[in-house]
Design a protein around this ligand. Structure first.
Ligand SMILES: CC1=C(CCC(=O)O)c2cc3nc(cc4[nH]c(cc5[nH]c(cc1n2)c(C)c5CCC(=O)O)c(CCC(=O)O)c4C)C(CCC(=O)O)=C3C
Ligand SMILES: [Fe+2]
Length: 324
């Protein structure tokens, strides 16, 4: 059983001032072969929001909600921007924390959504003297708490746009090479997202749904998961679909990918096509999502991922296209 003396939320991080946007983006893509044009395009997304990513405020709200539910101190640290996980772990050590549960704000298996958080945790505990032990809580893509929260959000969107709407689940695209290497046997990223989507669709009374991808990055010659959400809206429109609910099943809060790529880009595409569109919320601080985190802490000690699980080559997505 749990037996933790603290909880730490481990997240992606984001800038909160215009001048921090580019340094943040450079942290995210360091060594990943993302073209400069893509970086500058994404910089413009952040600047359109005043240089403020919504993700940090959402993490603060999750921490506040957790403080009302768990009976140990709750900390928060990021991969790509302040507060950095290493600084948080240093504070935890100073506070005398010895063994903490680590909740990463990503539900699925893949290098980006799991292994990279394991590496972040390992680096932070290595860099800090007398660091507490951090135990990463297990994946939760099919946990009843996550599914209940997403079902509630999806039902609310169906109420908004009409029960006849088609359910279109979306998640962050990743390179095909990363998707293939996810989970202990490969292919887990897509399989887990499809399983979560099916559970939410079923709870909304349908077996009929699509799973599509968004926020593609990387060089154009490297293949990523498809179809893209906007292309899919065109396809649905061509087939006579009149209403769509977009469900961001691959994200746990309404951060920049959701606000920009869905609420601006996909919404503009739907308007152009004359499709009725509603976007379901993310789990955020839904009470069932928050209580799920406590349940994960109270559950059995998680079995660590196998050492080669979700590892991609040098630990990075392929930078050159496959040949042949
Ligand atoms: C699977 C996945 C998740 C879900 C799991 C999880 O949540 O962890 C996720 C979440 C997020 N991704 C985010 C932001 C970005 N992701 C980028 C780039 C990339 N994402 C990738 C994958 C994922 N990303 C990949 C394979 C890349 C290519 C570069 C690389 O191989 O690493 C870039 C670079 C610019 C660009 O888009 O090209 C940015 C700015 C934010 C914060 C948003 C905010 O600020 O509110 C969040 C929560
Ligand atoms: Fe990302």
């Amino acid at each position: 059983m749990g037996n933790y003396d603290a909880l730490v939320v481990v997240s992606f991080g984001g800038p909160e001032r215009p001048e921090d946007v580019l340094p943040f983006l450079e942290n995210v893509v360091r060594g990943r072969g993302v073209p400069r044009e893509r970086l500058l395009a994404v910089e413009a997304h952040y600047q359109r929001f005043g240089g403020v990513s919504p993700i940090n405020q959402q993490c603060r709200e999750l921490v506040a909600a957790l403080e009302g539910v768990v009976d140990v101190p709750v900390y928060w640290g990021n991969r790509n921007w302040h507060p950095y996980l290493t600084d948080t772990v240093r504070q935890m050590a100073a506070d005398g924390v010895r063994r903490a549960a680590a909740f990463a704000t990503a539900a699925t298996s893949s290098y980006s959504s799991c292994r990279q958080y394991i590496e972040d945790i390992a680096r932070a505990t290595r860099e800090v003297q007398d660091a507490p032990r951090l135990v990463k809580l297990p994946h939760f893509y099919d946990h009843p708490g996550f599914i209940a929260a997403m079902t509630d959000r999806t039902r609310a969107a169906l109420d908004e746009v009409g029960e006849d709407a088609r359910l279109v689940f979306t998640a962050h695209s990743v390179p095909l090479s990363m998707a293939a290497k996810s989970g202990p046997r490969g292919g887990a990223y897509e399989a887990e997202l499809r399983a979560a989507s099916a559970l939410v669709a079923q709870a909304c009374g349908t077996g009929d749904f699509d799973l599509v991808w968004q926020s593609r990055s990387g060089p154009p010659q490297v293949p990523w998961l498809e179809p893209d959400v906007c292309d899919h809206l065109e396809e649905l429109h061509a087939q006579g679909t009149e209403a769509v609910v977009l469900v961001p099943i691959g994200f746990v809060s309404d951060h920049m990918e959701v606000r920009y790529d869905l609420d601006l880009e996909a919404a503009a595409k739907a308007a152009e096509l004359g499709l009725r569109l509603a976007r379901a919320g993310t789990a955020g601080t839904h009470p069932r999502f928050v209580s799920m985190i406590k349940e994960l802490m109270d559950g059995p000690e998680p079995v660590p991922c196998p050492v080669d699980c979700c590892v991609i080559g040098s630990g990075r997505p392929a930078r050159t296209p496959p040949t042949g």
